[in-house]
Design a protein around this ligand. Structure first.
Ligand code: PAF
Length: 290
């Protein structure tokens, strides 16, 4: 497994891959890998000839005062996991290589980035400009046929799909189901921050989403959302948002009906901000359980 730190070296690998016509899969990460990342690496390994994993804690997607400085990092462990997962090439650049002096470009996807985590009471649209800019740079550097993202970050995946389509990237964005712990908590690098007590309370997030799904199917959307919010309240969690949106457009859902809906939540538990969601397809029932 190669580890490259310079975009110039990466372009040699990219040109080689194009010359011999092999398919390239990219798994973008900020490191501190967990089972969720592993499932993306596994899919990339199964579907592509060459698997590239990026490892970069992207400063521009953190708000001032957020956890950039304390974000969990362990490169040696990440490299061992990547090797085990059959990654061919890790791209782990230094921030100065990505954002050299004078860097002044930002990729902004409008609309989709102004709701949920992008609203002004949440992380704001700047977070998604940071994400879209780094992902655009990674797509340019790696030129992957496929790029893999997790459904836990449903809004991020929607924004990246829009960006890739609007900017004519040829990369297919693949979104894979959220991987959960035994009690349903979605895998996240930030779970490492949770104390034992906070970790136990955090399980209420998935319980709330399941409760919303089951009540929605029998009593409608309003009752479903209320049941979910009540479940959180019982665990002493006040969500930043707990909302139903249409998955493709992120437009609000008024009442639900024949279309799939996304119920998304963000909540801070003892200072750790967690997000999760459930995709509910009324006709097919629950589509995302693991
Ligand atoms: O989901 C993440 O880990 C990050 O937002 C990503 C896509 C790697 C961009 O920095």
């Amino acid at each position: 497994m190669k580890v490259l730190r310079d975009p110039a070296d990466l372009s040699i690998a990219r040109d080689d891959a194009r010359r011999v016509g092999i398919t390239v899969g990219l798994v973008p990460t900020m490191g501190y890998l967990h089972e969720g990342h592993n499932s993306l690496l596994k899919a990339a390994r199964e579907q592509c000839d060459r698997v590239v994993m990026s490892l970069f804690v992207n400063p521009t997607q953190f708000r001032p005062g957020e956890d950039l400085g304390s974000y969990p990092r362990d490169e040696q462990r990440d490299l061992a996991i990547a090797r085990e997962a059959g990654v061919d090439l890790v791209y782990a650049p230094e921030p100065e290589k990505i954002y050299p002096a004078g860097f002044a470009t930002e990729v902004t996807v409008t609309g989709l980035t102004e709701v949920l985590c992008g609203s002004s009471d949440s992380r704001g649209p700047e977070h998604f400009s940071g994400v879209a800019t780094i992902v655009a740079k990674l797509f340019n550097a790696v030129d992957p046929d496929f790029a893999y993202f997790g459904q836990k970050d449903a809004q991020q995946a929607t924004v990246i799909k829009r960006m890739a389509e609007d900017l004519d990237f040829r990369t297919r964005v693949v979104v894979l189901p959220t991987v959960r712990d035994r009690d349903g908590l979605a895998m996240s690098s930030r779970n490492a921050y949770l104390s034992e007590g906070a970790r136990e309370r955090a399980a209420a997030i998935w319980k709330a989403l399941l409760e919303t799904e089951s009540v929605y199917e029998t009593a409608g959307l309003e009752a479903g959302l209320e049941a979910g919010r009540n479940e959180l309240e019982r665990a002493g969690i006040t969500p930043e948002y707990f909302e139903a949106r249409f998955p493709g457009t992120l437009d609000p859902v008024e009442a639900g009906g024949d279309e799939a809906i996304l119920v998304a939540v963000a909540a801070e538990i003892d200072g750790t901000r967690l997000i999760d969601n459930i995709l509910i397809e009324p006709e097919k029932g629950k589509v995302q359980t693991t």
